[in-house]
Ligand binder design. Structure first.
Ligand code: NGQ
Ligand code: ZN
Length: 458
């Protein structure tokens, strides 16, 4: 269902809310015109307020099948690291078919909740015995297929994973499906770029998993290889999520992980530093200055007991940030934004902490996550403006939380006042993918997911 034009009585544009907006979409799914104070003659009318779809900058799609299965207290010392051991056992046998089925269901859920683009930080590359599949990019291609079935835009970030700890320590048994040297990973990148072709719904970058999983040499070689293919390609990395990583990094090189990256890795606007939870003030300021995006994943960071990001300092320094659903304990952008602000309130014992240019906190959160998310995914999304993708949400004006509200107050209520999904219709790249709350592929996706889960639990 291709969208050629749409009229919205009210819509959130880059400069703020506008009335009577006419959107025109070209055949490739880009907005070709966005005209406020227009007339509706003969054009489809949006059933409610229109806002940009939200970019989700950090996903491990396969973890959707594990969400909710790691909440049993087994050990008084349960932590991120015991969760990770459980997760490794769980992924040991996943097949490419199951990876695709789980990712398809996840992406359908993400689109229904208002995410129109996702960054897939994908490291489950090889067969269960650790050998590459005949088609080396097999599982990455499955992710691409899942994104295409669900109709979500995707930034594929195949992951460089070489070691089990700082300084090139050998990887463990549970990590053998993840391992590549720089050449092996760059072959996957090249294969995915070929499969993506000129599809405007797809971008390919890469992700060194963490400073634990690479050495300075392999990091450097991989980044040089990527730059030769695409000098602007997005680069994502997990960093400083747990205090143990900070301690191990200090023991390895005498520097903290974010400080090391800022000094040695050429961090700039191509980069997204995922989590960056544990930073000293100078690191927070340096990250904000670098032009990189902080990839915040509030529900996963809470679920795994990571700690709290230094929001006030980073916001004051003008740092870019976006949100990701990471382990997929939530697939709602609203829940991520709400928890982001609530964590800061609980910590500071104040209200309205993560301020933007205006007084409206919900609007500032929504707008901030659009801008940083778009930057991190390296695609023209997050803005309803000519030249950007026609990725938009029509909100349900009958949702009690939104009834009678408009403008930034509506965004405040969207973020802070309700639990019902207020997303009615979703267009991605100028195609309606969700109508009246239903995704065209939801029934088939659920059947595929159910089969995969049955097999995993058997
Ligand atoms: C991941 N997830 O790669 O899935 C990680 C855990 C690790 C989060 N950090 C593994 N949330 O960091 O070593
Ligand atoms: Zn992650």
């Amino acid at each position: 269902m291709q969208l050629h034009s749409l009229f919205a009585e009210t819509a959130l544009l880059p400069e703020g809310w506008a009335e009577d907006v006419l959107f025109e979409v070209d055949g490739a799914g880009y907005l070709s015109a966005v005209v406020p104070n227009a007339r509706a003659d003969g054009v489809e009318r949006a059933a409610g307020p229109v806002v940009p779809g939200m970019p989700n900058l950090h996903s491990h799609a396969f973890q959707r099948a594990l969400a909710g299965l790691a909440e049993r207290a087994r050990d008084p010392e349960d932590s991120f690291w015991t969760w990770r051991a459980l997760m490794y056992r769980f992924v040991a046998h996943l097949t490419p078919e199951q990876i695709e089925a789980v990712a398809t269901l996840l992406y359908v859920e993400l689109v229904k909740a208002g995410y129109t683009a996702v960054g897939e930080f994908h490291y489950l590359h090889h067969a269960p015995d650790g050998r590459p599949y005949d088609v080396r990019a097999e599982t990455g291609l499955r992710i691409l297929a899942a994104a295409r079935s669900a109709g979500i835009g995707v930034t594929l970030l195949p992951v460089l994973y070489g070691y089990g700890g700082f300084g090139g320590q050998p990887a463990g048994e549970g990590q053998k499906r993840f391992l590549n040297d720089p050449d092996g990973l760059l072959r996957i990148v090249a294969a995915l770029r070929e499969a993506a072709g000129a599809d405007p719904q797809v971008r390919v970058g890469l992700a060194p998993h963490s400073l634990r999983a690479v050495t300075p040499e392999t990091l450097q070689a991989t980044l040089a290889g990527l730059a030769a293919l695409d000098p602007e390609a997005p680069i994502h990395i997990h960093v400083a999520e747990q205090t143990k990583e900070v301690e191990d990094c200090l023991a390895w090189c005498g520097q903290r992980p974010v400080a090391w990256l800022l000094e040695h890795a050429g961090v700039d606007a191509r980069w997204c530093l995922v989590h960056a939870t544990h930073m000293e003030p100078a690191e927070t300021a340096g990250l904000a200055r670098s032009g990189a995006v902080a990839g915040l994943c509030p529900t996963t960071e809470a679920n795994l007991g990571d700690g709290l990001f230094d929001g006030p300092r980073y916001w004051t320094a003008g740092g870019l940030w976006g949100i990701g659903s990471d382990s997929h304990v939530s697939h709602s952008p609203i829940e991520e934004l709400r928890l982001l602000e609530y964590g800061q309130r609980l910590h500071a014992r104040r209200r309205n902490v993560l301020r933007g240019a205006g007084p409206a906190i919900g609007a500032a959160l929504y707008g901030g996550a659009l801008a940083g998310g778009a930057r991190a995914l390296g695609r023209p999304v997050g803005r309803l403006a000519p030249g950007c993708r026609a990725d938009l949400l029509v909100l349900d004006p009958q949702t009690p939380a939104l009834v009678g509200l408009s403008g930034d107050t509506l965004l405040d209520a969207l973020v802070f006042a309700g639990n019902r999904n207020p997303v009615r219709d979703v267009a991605v790249g100028g195609r309606w993918v969700v109508r009246e709350g239903h995704h065209r592929a939801e029934a088939a996706a659920l059947r595929g997911f159910a089969a995969a889960r049955r097999a995993l639990l058997a």
